[in-house]
Write a protein that binds this ligand. Structure first.
Ligand SMILES: [Zn+2]
Length: 80
């Protein structure tokens, strides 16, 4: 198991500055992952820190990509 620096998900909106070292579940290479909330924020939000999963926190960008791919598939089917 590799370990990486992990930023709290709330660093995205600037409400938290916590960074810690955590297990590398997303095979992060250069970008510091931010899919997980720090323990403090979890406590505030009532989330179980250890139950957080990368798939629970798909980014907007990924959502957009899935949507575009789905639309392409539909168009492709309609042509035939
Ligand atoms: Zn935090």
């Amino acid at each position: 198991m590799n370990y990486v620096a992990h930023d709290c998900r709330n660093t995205r909106n600037g409400t938290c500055n916590n960074r810690w070292v955590d297990k590398d579940l997303t095979i992060a290479s250069t970008k510091i992952p931010t899919w997980k909330y720090c323990r403090e924020c979890c406590e505030k939000l009532g989330i179980d820190f250890d139950k957080q999963q990368p798939s629970d926190y798909r980014t907007e960008e990924q959502n957009e990509r899935f949507k575009v791919n789905a639309e392409k598939l539909v168009k492709h089917k309609q042509k035939h």
